[in-house]
Every structure is written in C-alpha cells, then in structure tokens.
Design a protein around this ligand. Structure first.
Ligand code: HEC
Ligand code: HEC
Ligand code: HEC
Ligand code: HEC
Ligand code: HEC
Ligand code: HEC
Ligand code: HEC
Length: 510
C-alpha cells in the first residue's frame, strides 16, 4: 500500500466528527451523556487492536488482523495471493462487538472479520460465512448506515458513493428532528420531544432504528433519510413481520417483545421505550431507575400486599433471554412476563403483517414488494408467487412504479419469459436511467432474449454507472466467453480489477 494513500485514509478516520453541536451551550449534560452512550459511539475509528486469525474452510481463506502503526490492518490470503486493507471505521460500541469498514475510493465495504467482545476474539462477519470467494465484497449501503450514523454524505444521485468524511455519528437530530426553530426560539414546544408525541409518532422515533422486522419497504419514490423524528415511520416506509416465532428467520426486537407485554396491552398506549430508557440520562443506577418506571403504574401493588417487597424488578420480570453474542437481537426479555421463562414461539405464520399500515394507496403495493424482498432471503417459491400475484394485480398506474416494474421483470425472467421481462426492465430503466441495477437486469434479460448487441451495451452502461458492483462485469465476461471471445472476456475482468485491484478471485483467475 502506498504511503500517501495510507495517510489519506487515516485522515479520513480522524476527520469523522459529530455534526455541528449547537446544543452543548444550553444542554451540556445531555450532550456529554449521549456522546458517552453506546448510541453516541456506534461508529468511529477502530478502538480494538487485538491480533487475530480466522480460517474460513469453505473458501480456503485465512484472515489475519494486525496493528500497523496507528492502523488496524485486515489481511486476506488465499492460494498464495494476499490482499491487505487498512480499516477505516468500526461499527458498534462493543456490547456484542464490532464490525469494520474499509474504504475504496468513494465506496465502503464491510470487512469479513468482526470482533466479539464476550469471547474477546475475532470471527467471520455475519453474512460472509457462505461466500465461496471470501473477499471485501459486501458493500455498505446508505440503508445500513441509516441505523448506525447521524447523517451520510452521499454523492448526488448515488446510493453508495460517499464524500469525505462519509458520515457523522448519531446526533440529537435523529430523535429531536430539525433544530432550526428551536435555535431561533429555545423554548419548550419549538423542537420535537418524542415523549409528547402521539403513540405512533412517539414510537417511530425509536423504531426507525430498533425495529428492523422481516422486511422494510420504502414507499414509492422515498429514501430512508426522508424520515424525520416527529413523523410516523410508515409515512416513509412500512415494516413487515412474519409473526409467530416459528415463522420468522430472524432475531426478535425489543419493540415486538414489548408489544406482547400485558403492561403495554393494558395501559392504553402509555408504555413506550422512553418509560424505561432516557438516552441521555447517564443513570448511575439502572435497576433503581427501572424500578421507579415500574412503580409509576404498579405503585399500589406493594401497599396492597399483593407482592413481596423487592429491591428491583428486572431479575424476575425482564430476565436475559440469551448471552450477548449476536448483534441485532434483543438480549433482555421486553415482554415483561409474570413468571420468567423463554417466551413460547407462537404458531408458524405464513402471512406478512404490517407493523402499522402505510397510506391506503400503498397498502397492496408495499405488501407485494415485501413478499418480493422476503423471497430474496427465504428463497421460497411461495413468497415469490405471492409477490407476483399482488404486484401484477395493482392498478395500471401503480404498476408503472419503477421498483414494481423491475421486480415483476425479475419474476418473469425467473419464469422463463425474457421478452416480457425486457419490456419491464426497459421501462424501469427509462424512468431511472442512473440505476445501475436496472441496467444490469435489462442486460441479463436481453441476453436471454437473444438480443446480444443491446445486451452488451446495457452491461457496459451498468458498469459505468456503478464500477463497484461485480455482477455486470461478471455477466459481460461470461457472455464473451460463451461467444468464444476470450480476449474480450479477460479485458472485462481486468477492468474490474482496476476498480478493485486486490480482489483475490480475479487475481487467481488471471
Ligand atoms: C440558547 C439555549 C438553547 C440551545 C442552544 C438549545 N436549547 Fe433546547 N431548550 C432550551 C430551553 C430554555 C428549553 C426549555 C427548557 C425547560 O423548559 O426546562 C429547551 C428545551 C429543549 C427540549 C425539550 C422541548 C420540549 O418541548 O419538551 C429539547 C428536546 C431540546 N431543548 C433540545 C435541544 C437540542 C437538540 C438543541 C441543539 C440542536 C438545543 N435544544 C439547543 C434552550 C436551548
Ligand atoms: C439513528 C438510529 C437510532 C435511533 C433513532 C435510536 N437508536 Fe437506540 N441504538 C441504536 C444503535 C445503532 C444502537 C447500538 C449501539 C451500539 O452498541 O453500537 C442502539 C442502542 C440502544 C440501547 C442499548 C444501549 C444502551 O444505551 O443501553 C438502548 C437502550 C436504546 N438504543 C434505546 C433507544 C431509544 C429508547 C430510542 C428512541 C427514543 C432509540 N434508541 C433511538 C440506534 C438508534
Ligand atoms: C434497522 C436498523 C439497523 C440496520 C439496518 C443495521 N443495524 Fe446494526 N444495530 C442496530 C441496533 C438497534 C443495534 C443494537 C441492537 C440491540 O441491542 O438491540 C445494532 C447493533 C449492531 C452491532 C453490535 C454493536 C455492539 O455494541 O455490540 C454491530 C456490530 C452492528 N449493529 C453492525 C451493523 C452493520 C455493519 C450494519 C450494516 C451492514 C448494520 N448493523 C445494520 C440497528 C441496525
Ligand atoms: C436516541 C434518541 C435521542 C437522542 C439521540 C437525543 N435525545 Fe434528547 N430526548 C430523547 C427522549 C426520548 C426525551 C424525552 C425524555 C422524557 O421526557 O422521558 C428527550 C428529551 C430531551 C430534552 C428535554 C429534557 C428531558 O430530559 O426531558 C432535552 C433538553 C434533550 N432531550 C436534549 C438532547 C440533546 C442536546 C441531544 C444531543 C446530544 C439529544 N437530546 C439526543 C431522546 C433522544
Ligand atoms: C405504563 C404502565 C406500566 C408500566 C410502566 C409497567 N407496567 Fe406492568 N402492567 C401494567 C398493566 C396495566 C398491567 C395489566 C394489569 C392487569 O392485567 O390487571 C401490567 C401487568 C404486569 C404484570 C403481569 C403480567 C401478566 O402476564 O400477568 C407484571 C409481572 C408486570 N406488569 C410487571 C411490570 C414491571 C416489572 C414493570 C417495570 C419493568 C412494569 N410492569 C411496568 C402497566 C404497566
Ligand atoms: C419496562 C421497561 C423497559 C421498556 C419499556 C423498554 N426497555 Fe429496553 N431495556 C430495559 C431493561 C431493564 C434493559 C436491560 C439493560 C438496562 O437496564 O438498560 C433493557 C435493554 C435494552 C437494550 C439493550 C439490549 C438488550 O436487549 O438488553 C435495548 C437496545 C433496548 N432495551 C431498547 C428498547 C426499546 C427500543 C424499547 C421500546 C420498544 C425498550 N427498550 C423499552 C427496560 C425497558
Ligand atoms: C424474586 C422475583 C421477583 C421480583 C424481584 C419481583 N417480582 Fe413481581 N412477581 C414475581 C412473581 C413470581 C409473580 C407472580 C406471582 C403469582 O403469580 O402469584 C410476580 C407478580 C408481579 C405482578 C403481577 C401481580 C398481580 O397481582 O397480578 C406485578 C405487577 C409485579 N410482579 C411487579 C413487580 C415489580 C414492579 C417489581 C419490582 C419492584 C417486581 N415485581 C419484583 C416475582 C418477582
């Protein structure tokens, strides 16, 4: 690695600051406590410099982790070929552990190595285990950063190309909305205070990051960052759950568990995350703070002698569900059971249900999209069929939404109808010419439909729009190889290597 480049990367780390902090002058204790909290520290420069080594049998690779001067270096070796990346940022505050990002030009990629606090050891990053060609290939998108940062600095019109610094740490605005009116007139009521909002808007403040569900679907034309504290999440995106433990593939969040509690169900919407958590209280004694929260509703319990005296409540009514070794899953039982015990998984549900329905106009559209996205992870034909059934029956005008067109195109292509698929992808691509994915899908459909020249054109257009996505290069290289044009095939792969010079799969293929 070139010395100048290392210096530039390092500067990139140090330059990661907070958004301008105009609140400290009047609310110094909130600012200090929040900056120290796990949420305030959820992205930053790497803080763990322990050595490590991970062997990935499936791909025959070894990842080693080492300190190099001020930098943390992740090194990948396979078949005698080595790739070395300095880590640019870490994600997480170390409750479960940390994941890492490397920077390649304007793009960010997740490292295949993560650190786990409980075992104080390095292991593979979730999602990388099944990669036959392990490499630094999982791109960090704006959606991933939506929950771990305060704001992103994206290049105009792109969803994955970042300026410098690429993002800021989670800030006051994510829970309090725009501060403009408050800074002009700093009085109660001139800024969002979630505790004073109606339940759906109040809960949305935390759910934007704490309720991932099985899938979340953006309403037509929306972006994650359109959401502002004070709104209901479903005005920007709808969250879908496959209820009943047996039916879900994922970890369950605190929001879902709390909704199952008798306390939430019987208290008329008064119980919410903020009842027990104040993100900037810096409480010394959590057990007492939580007990006080319980007693706001159960104050008469002890006076009436219906319960033995208790110094705290959590050990029996909010026990730990499991050890802290998996990110993105509730550790504490937020269903507040009468008698401690793992919550019984309900019957396996097949249907997706909206956490809260979006605007009536999008109810069917978002549900169809949800089944489509779900099918991508479950690989279940029934989910894909359900998606097709719903999306293809939308009113004509809603079928012209580019996301819907592209998804219908994908189903048609999978069903062996490339001609119609071409029409769908062409329509989506005409509406959003900057979308590299649509161009790639169009190319693949054109190839299957036998329109070779046009396919080549679209593969190349996709590569130009997003040089970081390997699919279009691989598609075009495969296409040339099948046509016996070996030299051109190799050239395409070399072009990808120019973008990603350390990629091991391609270097081994050379
Ligand atoms: C010039 C001083 C000043 C600055 C700067 C300031 N505030 Fe305030 N803020 C106040 C005062 C005064 C109140 C009312 C306090 C009270 O009633 O106890 C307040 C109240 C609030 C409330 C509660 C509002 C409500 O309706 O309950 C929030 C939330 C808040 N501020 C957040 C912020 C944030 C975030 C920033 C930075 C963007 C900020 N403040 C900057 C002075 C300031
Ligand atoms: C911008 C996204 C975002 C929002 C909004 C958000 N959180 Fe978080 N929260 C996180 C992330 C990310 C973590 C994990 C931090 C880590 O360990 O890296 C977290 C961790 C936590 C934790 C565990 C750590 C601790 O401090 O004990 C609590 C509790 C929590 N959040 C409560 C809330 C509540 C309550 C709200 C709403 C008032 C809220 N969060 C809103 C992103 C968010
Ligand atoms: C929907 C919001 C959301 C998305 C998207 C998301 N996270 Fe998280 N992440 C959270 C929350 C909330 C927590 C805290 C979990 C908890 O305790 O419930 C967390 C926890 C973590 C932790 C553990 C932090 C610690 O202190 O132990 C890591 C590491 C992490 N996330 C990495 C990532 C990476 C990398 C991505 C993108 C590829 C990502 N997350 C995407 C919300 C999200
Ligand atoms: C993760 C969400 C979250 C973030 C981030 C956050 N707050 Fe708050 N804030 C809340 C909640 C929830 C309340 C309401 C507390 C209550 O009344 O129970 C609140 C209330 C306040 C209040 C009113 C006083 C109080 O405690 O009731 C002030 C002032 C305030 N916040 C300032 C800030 C400042 C300054 C920042 C940035 C450093 C910030 N907040 C970041 C969630 C957040
Ligand atoms: C916002 C009010 C509120 C808060 C705060 C609250 N609860 Fe409750 N809780 C209720 C209501 C209402 C019920 C239902 C009472 C009934 O069925 O008669 C309930 C029921 C319960 C039950 C019985 C559950 C069952 O399945 O029979 C337990 C145990 C309980 N709460 C414990 C707690 C503990 C511990 C805390 C604090 C960690 C807490 N609650 C906080 C309102 C609340
Ligand atoms: C009745 C009290 C109560 C309510 C309401 C509550 N929590 Fe918690 N939460 C706790 C307790 C107790 C813990 C254990 C750690 C601690 O004391 O902070 C915890 C821990 C957490 C953690 C750390 C990871 C874990 O599972 O231990 C997160 C994240 C969190 N809560 C988020 C939320 C969110 C989001 C909401 C709203 C949907 C919420 N909590 C509502 C009491 C509560
Ligand atoms: C040592 C364990 C333990 C502790 C600590 C504890 N509880 Fe309980 N609690 C129980 C058990 C067990 C029951 C169920 C009793 C039964 O079903 O007869 C119960 C029942 C309850 C109920 C339902 C009562 C009813 O009449 O329906 C509430 C509410 C409750 N607890 C609140 C609390 C609160 C608030 C605290 C903290 C101040 C607390 N508990 C601390 C064990 C505990």
């Amino acid at each position: 690695m070139h010395a100048g480049r290392v210096a530039a990367l390092l500067l990139g780390c140090l330059a990661l600051g907070r958004a301008e902090e105009p609140c400290a002058r009047c609310h110094p204790s909130e600012v200090t406590a929040f900056e120290r909290s796990p949420m305030g520290r959820s992205v930053g420069a790497p803080s763990v410099f322990e050595k490590g080594r991970i062997v990935h049998k499936l791909s025959g690779s070894t990842v080693t982790i080492e300190r190099r001067g001020p930098l943390l270096e992740h090194r990948l070796e396979r078949g005698g070929v080595v790739a070395k990346y300095p880590v640019a940022y870490s994600v997480g505050a170390g409750i479960v552990g940390y994941s890492y990002m490397v920077r390649l030009g304007r793009y960010l990629f997740q490292s295949p190595a993560s650190y786990y606090t409980q075992t104080r050891s390095w292991d593979l990053t979730p999602g990388y285990e099944t990669d036959a060609h392990l490499d630094f290939t999982h791109e960090i998108s704006s959606g991933c950063l939506f929950c771990h940062t305060g704001s992103v600095n994206l290049m105009r019109g792109t969803a994955n190309q970042f300026g410098d610094p690429p993002f800021t740490a989670i800030s006051c605005e994510r829970c309090h909305g725009s501060p403009a009116a408050h800074l002009e007139n700093p009085v109660p009521g001139s800024i969002v205070n979630s505790a004073k909002l109606a339940p759906s808007r109040r809960d949305s403040v935390c759910e934007q990051c704490h309720l991932e569900g099985d899938v979340r679907i953006l309403n037509p034309g929306r972006d994650w960052w359109d959401f502002q504290a004070g709104q209901a999440t479903e005005s920007v995106f709808a969250t879908y759950l496959r209820t009943g433990g047996g039916g879900t593939l994922r970890a369950v969040s605190q929001s879902e568990l709390l909704a199952e509690s008798r306390c939430a169900q019987k208290s008329g919407g008064r119980l919410w995350c903020g009842t027990c958590h104040n993100p900037h209280a810096g409480e010394q004694n959590r057990a007492q703070a939580v007990k006080q929260a319980c007693l706001t509703c159960h104050g008469d319990l002890f006076a009436a002698g219906r319960h033995r005296a208790a110094a705290e409540c959590v050990s029996c009514h909010m026990p730990r569900l499991r050890p802290t070794d998996v990110a993105h899953s509730a550790i504490t039982d937020h269903s507040i059971p009468r008698i401690a015990g793992a919550p019984e998984p309900g019957p396996a549900a097949r249907e997706l249900k909206a956490w809260r329905e979006p605007d009536a106009a999008f109810v069917r559209r978002d549900l169809g999209e949800a089944y489509f996205e779900l099918a991508a992870s479950t690989q279940a034909v029934s989910d894909l069929q359900q998606a097709y059934r719903i999306l293809s029956q939308l009113p004509a005008q809603q079928r012209q939404d580019p996301t819907v067109e592209a998804d219908l195109g994908s189903v048609l292509l999978a069903q062996g109808q490339p001609q119609v698929a071409v029409q769908m992808f062409a329509a989506a691509s005409a509406q959003v010419p900057s979308n590299a994915r649509y161009a790639y899908c169009l190319a693949a459909a054109l190839e299957r439909a036998g329109q070779m020249e046009k396919a080549v054109q679209e593969f190349k257009r996709s590569m130009a729009l997003d040089p970081s996505a390997p699919d279009a290069y691989l598609g075009l290289a495969r296409f040339y190889r099948k046509a016996g044009r070996e030299a051109e095939s190799r050239n395409v792969l070399r072009e990808y290597l120019r973008f990603m010079p350390q990629n091991i799969q391609l270097r081994l293929a050379e």
